[in-house]
Design a protein around this ligand. Structure first.
Ligand SMILES: [Zn+2]
Length: 200
């Protein structure tokens, strides 16, 4: 985060990215979107204070069925506080489902369940989604559209580009063990990231 601040990067929201990709709405040249998957409680205890320190925006894709249930995951109270501050909370399914492995009916079920829960909890519209395990297929993209989502992210490594499809955008994976030098390369040289694809 300090590197991004010191080097004049500008954190935009997923709505900014969506408007840029779909309608060419201008964004600053050095724009980044910061995303976190799953919704671990350290997003509140560790990451949130750092975001506030640098006045950065970010998005957390949360697993809705674990909220207020699992002790290592964010609570609804924490989500509401962060969302009010401007940390965008979006969907990562209800149960961390691998959409590639389930029927379209079940894809729809988990997509709608998590969207409804988050919309009720946060009193806002949920538009964006990240695939658990990066798992998706043609049905999953159709199910996302039917459930009312507007844009989705895979775990494929690379910069987000419309040519990959608005429901299968790439991201650059940042590891906790990346040195500043590796981080710098990842945010400044998109093509050099390709060999670093990952899966879990
Ligand atoms: Zn996940």
């Amino acid at each position: 985060m300090k590197y991004l601040k010191d080097n004049n990067y500008y954190t935009i929201t997923l709505t900014n990215l969506y408007e840029y990709l779909m309608n060419n709405t201008p964004i600053p040249r050095k724009s980044v979107v910061i995303t976190f998957d799953d919704g671990y409680d350290n997003n509140y205890t560790t990451m949130f204070p750092v975001l506030k320190k640098y006045k950065f925006k970010a998005t957390i894709f949360v697993i809705s069925s674990l909220i207020d249930v699992h002790s290592n995951m964010l609570t609804s109270k924490q989500l509401i506080e962060m969302d009010k501050y401007g940390v965008d909370i979006e969907s990562h399914t209800a149960h961390h489902d691998n959409l590639k492995l389930i029927s379209k009916d079940n894809q729809l079920k988990t997509l709608i369940q998590s969207k409804k829960y988050l919309e009720k909890t946060l009193n806002k519209k949920i538009n964006f989604f990240a695939y658990p395990y990066g798992g998706y297929n043609k049905n999953a993209i159709e199910a996302l559209k039917e459930a009312g989502y507007k844009m989705a992210f895979t775990t494929k490594n690379g910069w987000s580009s419309k040519k990959n499809g608005i429901f299968s955008l790439h991201r650059v994976w940042i590891s906790a063990s990346d040195s500043t030098k590796v981080f710098e390369r990842k945010v400044s040289k998109p093509k050099k990231n390709i060999f670093e694809s990952f899966s879990f």
